[in-house]
Ligand binder design. Sequence first.
Ligand SMILES: NC(=O)c1ccc[n+]([C@@H]2O[C@H](COP(=O)([O-])OP(=O)(O)OC[C@H]3O[C@@H](n4cnc5c(N)ncnc54)[C@H](OP(=O)(O)O)[C@@H]3O)[C@@H](O)[C@H]2O)c1
Length: 238
Amino acid sequence: MPTALITGANRGLGFGLTELYAADGWNVIACAREPEKATALQKLAASGKGKVTVKKLDIEDHASIEALAKELKGQPIDLLLNVAGFYGKRIVSDPGGLGAFGESDYAEWDRINRINVLGPMKIAEAFVENVAASGQKKIVSLSSIIGSIGGNPGGHMYAYRSSKAALNAVMKAMSVDLKDRGITAIPIHPGWVRTDMGGPNADLSPEESVTGMKKVIDGLTPADSGKFLTYSGETLPW
Ligand SMILES: NC(=O)c1ccc[n+]([C@@H]2O[C@H](COP(=O)([O-])OP(=O)(O)OC[C@H]3O[C@@H](n4cnc5c(N)ncnc54)[C@H](OP(=O)(O)O)[C@@H]3O)[C@@H](O)[C@H]2O)c1
């Protein structure tokens, strides 16, 4: 059975994806910043539905990423799924909290970049040999239409928006650099989803989003590498 490593697996889309891949019989290395508090994930791992192994991983902490990579050295990973992400303290559902011009919190912006941009890059660099040794050879990072410069002309949300645009650039460059190793790398937009981040007014349930994303990811071929896709398989402009 194939293996997926999923970050941010304790809640939201990461948990939904973990449940879905486990139900499909995959081995899932489910990474969470604080596994001891991840009760739903621990329950899923203990239920025996699929093979879910919970690992502690803070993607801001590169030593923690390197330690896990050392532990998993030699183990093929078919799908490296970067789900963990951070919008900032002010969530989308807060009408006054959309990161307006003149309100930037630069310390928080720095943290958003560490989680949304440096994190997925470091994960890819740390686990690339595991992916290259696998059957499916896929690296997928959850981006956002908010990071699309051509497809989302709105204002506000400077920190989150620019972090996802930078993540898109990272994934695109990675798709070029890893092509010769047969690795397919894409950013994917999950839709606007009713998680803690998306808020209660979002369009999609987590189930709709993760089911769509899994279908798209399952169907990826090397010809798709470097595309910016949505959960329903459409191509987004950069
Ligand atoms: N929901 C949406 O509408 C939407 C739309 C577009 C894109 N996205 C993207 O989809 C991804 C998942 O979003 P979501 O809605 O599931 O978000 P969420 O409900 O806020 O969950 C975020 C996840 O990221 C983890 N995380 C944050 N910082 C971390 C760190 N330093 N190390 C490890 N894990 C960390 C969180 O762990 P803790 O519980 O420990 O904080 C949590 O598991 C994100 O990349 C997000 O930007 C979401």
